[in-house]
Design a protein around this ligand. Structure first.
Ligand code: NAI
Ligand code: MG
Length: 332
């Protein structure tokens, strides 16, 4: 039996996770579910954004579904982004972000790429301080260990999807030590696995331009945490925007599915939250973490069929409910 720890979080998080759980239970009827809390609301109530009980529940289940959390833009003493804490504490070292053209919502057909990003270090290392009056410093930490974990996952994914190109995105011309370590470590692992012929490199600024101009030229992209964060949101445009963008935080023995969007405070409680990103994130968990490829495809195909039948994605009215019913119906 599979166990899932559901962490709804703030804002529209509870709305989209509930919808995704409904669809998950339709393809996996004996799924065991636990609920746990995290986020800004949790921090305000108990002084911690991610209580130990939540980490324990995640460890017990080995798999989770995260909604979204709200984060203040000012520094708040004692507060750290819940999702970053979960990634680091649970050693969810790789982030999987596929971007695929879908009927109706995509501005362009033919895009089918996957960004694999390092998920625990880089500029998000948490080492940020004021070094003098008017001087703030953030340390960009890159370790061989994290690059190895990323590259090894890339080998697995490349085999599974029959990758035809693997693009390493970096900025080694300006950051020769950190980006150099990333590039050289990834290249060595990919070479050993027999992928040398399809490995390509792009500087991050050029990659941003090309992802805007010709996203169909990319297949599998490997990059560091900050670059991957920005590029994957940019690329999500081709999938139909943030409400359509899924991700998976992927560790050893533990994984956490997470729609890319945030807590959307502007629409919370209106019933207009699009739950498709959360459902597609759950599908990533099924495929990559549990190896349940058929069940993952059932959800992805149902989303595809639902969108193909719709004439307009109408965010007025009870969208969350209507989309959930539509996807359930398309599951057959
Ligand atoms: P956001 O993703 O919450 O919203 C951006 C825009 O997209 C809003 O207009 C929102 O209504 C819309 N949107 C987002 N998800 C949607 C969905 N599923 N269906 C329909 N429309 C959707 O980003 P924003 O506004 O920059 O941040 C709001 C809060 O979320 C902030 O506190 C931020 O820190 C947090 N955040 C959390 C993330 C996470 O939990 N992983 C990721 C990004 C932001
Ligand atoms: Mg982001």
């Amino acid at each position: 039996m599979h166990s899932l720890c559901v962490i709804p979080g703030d804002g529209i998080g509870p709305e989209v996770t509930e919808a995704a759980v409904t669809v998950l239970q339709a393809v996996l009827p004996d799924l065991h579910i636990e609920h746990a809390e995290a986020g800004w609301g949790t921090f305000q109530r108990c002084g911690e954004a991610v209580p130990q009980a939540t980490l324990d529940a995640m460890q017990r289940c080995g798999a989770g579904l995260f909604g979204a959390v709200q984060s203040p833009t000012m520094k708040v003493e004692g507060y750290r982004s819940a999702i970053i804490t979960l990634r680091q504490r649970l050693k969810l070292s790789v982030n999987v972000r596929p971007v695929r053209s879908r009927p109706l919502v995509s501005p362009k057909p033919g895009v089918d790429l996957l960004i694999l990003r390092e998920n625990s270090e880089c500029l998000y290392s948490g080492r940020e301080h004021l070094s003098a009056e008017g001087v703030a410093v953030a340390e960009r930490v890159i370790t061989r260990e994290a690059c190895l974990a990323l590259a090894e996952r890339a080998v697995k994914v490349a085999k599974e999807r029959g990758a035809w190109r693997i693009t390493l995105v970096h900025k080694a011309n300006v950051l020769p030590l950190t980006c150099g370590l990333f590039r050289d470590t990834c290249r060595a692992v990919l070479k050993d696995a027999g992928f040398e012929a399809i490995v390509d490199e792009r500087l991050v600024d050029v990659a941003a331009l090309q992802l805007t101009e010709a996203p169909e030229r990319f297949d599998l992209i490997l990059t560091t945490n900050l670059f991957g964060d920005i590029l994957s949101d940019l690329a999500a445009h081709w999938a139909g925007g943030l409400g359509m963008a899924p991700s998976l935080n992927w560790g050893n023995g533990c994984a956490l599915a997470e729609p890319v969007h945030g807590s959307a405070p502007d629409i919370v409680g209106t019933g207009r939250a699009n739950p498709l990103a959360a459902m597609l994130s759950a599908a990533l968990l099924l495929r990559h973490h549990w190896g349940l490829n058929n069940e993952a495809e059932l959800i992805e195909n149902a989303v595809e069929r639902f969108l193909a039948k719709e004439r307009q994605v109408d965010f007025a009215g009870q969208t969350t409910r209507r989309i959930t019913m539509g996807v359930l119906a398309a599951l057959g």
